[in-house]
Design a protein around this ligand. Structure first.
Ligand code: NAD
Length: 251
């Protein structure tokens, strides 16, 4: 049995990888041996810095700026990644935003933009990649859901609906692609220390930590390591799961 996770020869695309969890995932995949395309729609300089870190690990990196909710941009991005790095074998749908409010006060535009980024974005990137992977009979897709998608959260109905939708999308795609050797899984992080959660009030952060059985905040590396496992050949018999990385918060 080989225990070391080795992605040498893989080409990965990580969306929303300019910072936070996506950045850690891109670096984790590179540390395991993959060449990695770094997507974001904001802060090209931050993406270039991630690519420099990937190159420092001895792997190839590529910045691909695109809005994941835009079909044309997504299709062009996937074509460019394959032209410059080679056949895509790992796709991580990580790009995300929040527009929190209680439903009674929520602007429909904020509902739509959260659904468009998370759910439509995951659909569009998965569709473009799946068409390639299906033909090659190999590949894997990993989608970022959330503990909030499993449990709901007051003030985050748009985000919870998108993240729950991602779980349904993941299971359906796993069934569509399994016979062709393509695996599709999701990860449901709990409270992870990133710019997204640093924006929360201190009191809310404390409440979440208190509710977490392991009584701590997760790190971006906690999530990245789970992605590397799901992307690795060692996870060859794993598809359609939503893996919580949440310190027990989802129990
Ligand atoms: P973050 O805000 O730090 O990073 C998200 C990145 O996505 C940003 O760089 C942003 O520019 C990019 N992005 C947003 N919309 C985009 C679009 N349309 N096209 C391309 N890029 C886009 O967030 P994070 O905390 O690192 O979260 C990453 C993922 O993990 C998200 O899907 C989030 O919902 C999920 N998640 C985070 C936590 C947490 O505690 N931080 C918990 C559960 C799930």
């Amino acid at each position: 049995m080989t225990v070391e996770l080795d992605l040498t020869g893989s080409v990965a695309l990580v969306t929303g990888a300019g910072r936070g969890i996506g950045r850690a995932i891109a670096l984790g995949l590179a540390a395991a041996g993959a060449d990695v395309a770094v997507n974001d729609f904001a802060d090209e300089a931050a993406c270039a810095a991630v690519v420099a870190d990937i190159e420092a690990l001895g792997r190839k990196g590529l910045v691909v700026m695109a809005d994941v909710s835009d079909e044309e941009q997504v299709n062009a991005m996937v074509e460019r990644v394959e032209a410059e790095l080679g056949p895509l074998s790992v796709v991580v749908n990580n790009a995300g935003i929040t527009r929190d409010n209680v439903v009674m006060m929520m602007d429909p535009a904020d509902f739509d933009s959260v659904i468009a980024t998370h759910l439509r974005g995951t659909f569009l990137v998965s569709k473009a990649a799946a068409r390639k992977m299906f033909r090659r009979r190999s590949g894997c897709i990993i989608n970022l859901s959330s503990v909030v998608g499993r449990r709901g959260n007051a003030g985050q109905a748009n985000y919870a609906a998108a993240k729950a939708g991602i779980i349904g999308l993941t299971k359906s795609l796993a069934k569509e692609l399994g016979a062709r050797g393509v695996r599709v899984n999701a990860i449901a992080p709990g409270y992870i220390d990133t710019p997204m959660t640093q924006a929360l009030p201190e009191e809310t952060r404390k409440l979440i930590v208190d509710a977490t059985p392991l009584k701590s905040i997760g790190t971006t590396d906690d999530v990245a390591l789970a992605v590397v496992f799901l992307a690795s050949p060692q996870a060859r018999f794993v598809t359609g799961v939503t893996l919580p990385i949440d310190g027990g918060l989802g129990i």
